[in-house]
Design a protein around this ligand. Structure first.
Ligand code: THU
Length: 168
């Protein structure tokens, strides 16, 4: 399977993930989705992130009776990585479908919410970061974080501001 056929838009800079890595991340996302706690929306999501050293962290969405306390699968996975000391993430896969439905049977590919895109931005290089939106290990699309979150605000803005402030 040609990875480029699966890459939508302008792709992810020069970094292309080996197909085996993509498959591994999608499988981890699908596996994590089994633990989704979604009694209110009944929309079950799983995600997995690859860190710089090759580790994979996964997570699911976890809802709350106080709806605003809900956390998405992508953030669960990213926070699992960061809370183990991994501050650079290389790629993320997500899979989603209503409870009782397989992601492979959904019409649309899953798409990360805006808050999760911003959290990815904190720990990733947007130009190089592939977001793998999967129905199955064989059926997915990839867009870079920059495509999903153009002209984004990130840590360097505050860094520059801090430097300017200390220079004055
Ligand atoms: N959800 C995610 O886990 N990730 C997203 O990117 C979109 C939404 C979850 C949150 C909530 O539990 C359910 O899907 C419905 O919004």
């Amino acid at each position: 399977m040609d990875i480029n056929q699966k890459t939508a838009g302008s792709g992810c800079g020069n970094r292309s993930l080996p197909p085996v890595t993509i498959t591994c991340l999608i499988r981890a996302a699908l596996d994590a989705r089994r633990f989704s706690y979604a009694p209110y929306s009944r929309y079950c999501v799983g995600a997995a992130v690859l860190t710089e050293d090759g580790s994979v962290f996964s997570g699911c969405n976890i809802e709350n009776a106080s709806y605003g306390a809900t956390i998405c699968a992508e953030r669960t996975a990213i926070f699992a990585a960061v809370s183990r000391g991994h501050r650079r993430i290389i790629a993320l896969a997500l899979a989603a479908a209503p409870e009782g439905t397989e992601p492979a049977a959904t019409r649309d590919y899953p798409s990360p919410c805006g808050i999760c895109r911003q959290v990815m931005r904190e720990f990733a290089d947007p130009k190089e970061f592939p977001v793998i939106m999967a129905k199955s290990p064989e059926d997915y699309r990839i867009q870079s974080l920059e495509e999903l979150l153009p002209e984004s605000f990130g840590p360097s803005y505050l860094q520059e501001k801090t430097n300017t402030a200390t220079e004055q």
